[in-house]
Design a binder for this molecule. Structure first.
Ligand code: BG6
Length: 476
């Protein structure tokens, strides 16, 4: 492993911070999305979330999340104890511009993240900052339908420019958007957009994506002017799938699915232009997307430097024979008879990580970084800890495959950051009980609990992995 390989963990503001109305923070779309497992999934998919008011009928777990806003400095001590040399987190847009529309940023928000970044710098923990992770100001969602509107581009670029200017001495690595491709599955959460008015939702999606792609390119442009040493990354949810068998129809269908949900957006952010399969989809379906020649030049001239992605599971596709289905990260796929799955049905596939790394690196030939990986488990605290050998096994297997990809296949990978290094609110299902962390947080689905942090067994294991730069993976 490279000497300066990034080992750390990842989280997002809306799942970690809470303190939804503290120090001038404005409300964001996720503050209006009820939790409750499948209930969240159904409400989001059907476009039936009430974005105007919260109801007593539901719980809204993101409002308080895991109290990270208050406990961040203690949590950074835990990161330090685990030997993190990097930390991926996101900035809450509405702490910087509470409604999205202000001319001047909210000083308290700007100063808050400065202190966090200064602390990380003191401990030599490299921040990898996501500028927008599933968070759009509620005012922008109500007035503009989020990313459906071209005007949202300017609002976002204003926010990004503010943070890049304010923190130019403290941050080198920026990820403008988390998982743009997830917009297809959770449009309200990812894009701040209700797509119900579209006969063909892909048309609405393309519109939103075009605006996000432009915003991404403009952030790269402004960022390089602020500090030419900044590095920018595209970030896409790993939704990799295999054709079930060698039936040519399955091969073709899977290839098309991968183009549509996996590669489309990173193809644009990395290569600087829409791939032909996307242009054909637009043309053949008469999508009304307003591409100007200026837009296309902006995309071409402002590509990213690295590619980041999440990886939890793989799916299987069979369009010939009906098969049992299982869940994945926002997607559904068919059961793979060779794989086990998590309690949430996500199929555990360490070799798939190596396959995916190879595919990405062959396609893009730019440095890659894994910014999310892990397993969600319903866990209980016993004797102030959780003996999570299953998590250690999951990570051992994934790290081994990641090392093979580097050492045997020549993939240029520069970091591994497990998701939810500390238990946080699940994004897709809005639960606390789906725990990913090395650190247990005493908060329950209904929000009760002491908010205290406890080290799980994997805490010391991962600290040792990092200390040995990935050479000592033993669980002892
Ligand atoms: C990723 C998201 O897709 O998956 C995270 O970027 C999310 O925000 C993670 O938390 C795990 O998914 P979930 O739904 O189990 O929280």
């Amino acid at each position: 492993m490279k000497e300066n390989f990034f080992w750390g963990g990842a989280s997002s503001a809306s799942q970690y911070e809470g303190a939804y109305n503290k120090d001038g923070r404005g409300e964001t779309v996720i503050d209006f999305v009820p939790g409750g497992g499948n209930q969240r999934v159904m409400l989001v998919r059907s476009g039936k979330v009430n974005i105007n008011e919260r109801s007593d009928q539901y719980l809204y777990p993101n409002l308080d999340a895991i109290d990270g806003y208050e406990q961040i400095f203690n949590d950074i001590e835990l990161m330090r104890e685990m030997n993190f040399n990097s930390y991926r987190f996101s900035i809450s847009w509405t702490r910087i511009y509470p409604s999205g529309y202000e001319e001047e940023p909210n000083k308290a928000g700007v100063e808050y993240y400065r202190k966090v970044l200064e602390k990380l710098s003191e401990y030599n923990i490299e921040p990898i900052v996501t500028i927008s992770h599933y968070e759009n100001p509620i005012e922008v969602v109500r007035n503009k339908n989020g990313w459906e509107s071209r005007e949202t581009i300017d609002l976002f670029v204003k926010m990004a420019t503010t943070v890049m200017t304010e923190y130019k001495e403290l941050v080198r690595f920026w990820i403008p958007f988390n998982e743009m491709n997830a917009g297809e599955f959770m449009p309200l959460i990812c894009l701040g957009t209700n797509l119900n008015s579209y006969k063909n939702k892909r048309e609405g999606l393309f519109k939103c994506w075009h605006h996000q792609l432009l915003a991404n390119a403009l952030v790269v442009k402004c960022g390089k002017e602020i500090n030419p040493d900044f590095k920018f990354g595209s970030m896409i949810a790993g939704m990799y799938s295999y054709p079930f068998d060698c039936h040519p129809e399955n091969q073709m269908a899977n290839r098309q699915q991968m183009q549509r949900i996996q590669f489309l957006l990173s193809d644009v952010m990395i290569r600087g232009h829409y791939p032909n399969y996307a242009l054909k989809e637009i043309e053949n379906n008469n999508y009304d997307i307003n591409f100007t020649s200026d837009d296309l030049a902006i995309l071409q001239e402002n590509t990213v430097d690295f590619h980041a992605f999440s990886y939890y599971q793989t799916n299987v596709l069979d369009v010939v024979t009906p098969r049992d289905e299982t869940a994945g990260n926002m997607t559904r796929g068919m059961k793979n008879p060779f794989l086990e799955a998590s309690e949430w049905g996500w199929q555990i596939d360490p070799i798939g990580l190596r396959v995916f790394l190879n595919e990405l690196y062959e396609r893009y030939e730019i440095p890659l970084i894994i910014v999310e990986n892990g397993i969600g488990v319903n866990e209980e605290l016993k004797n102030d800890t959780v003996v999570d050998d299953y998590r250690i096994e999951y990570m051992q297997a994934h790290i081994k495959q990641m090392k093979l990809a580097i050492e045997e296949d020549g993939v240029d990978l520069f970091g591994y950051m497990p998701w939810g290094w500390i238990d946080i609110v699940s994004a897709s299902t809005g639960e606390m009980s789906k725990r990913y962390g090395f650190v247990y947080v005493d908060i329950n689905n209904d929000g009760s609990g002491t908010k205290k942090r406890y080290k799980k067994k994997s805490f010391n294991w991962f600290a040792k992995v990092i200390k040995s730069n990935g050479t000592d993976l033993e669980n002892n």
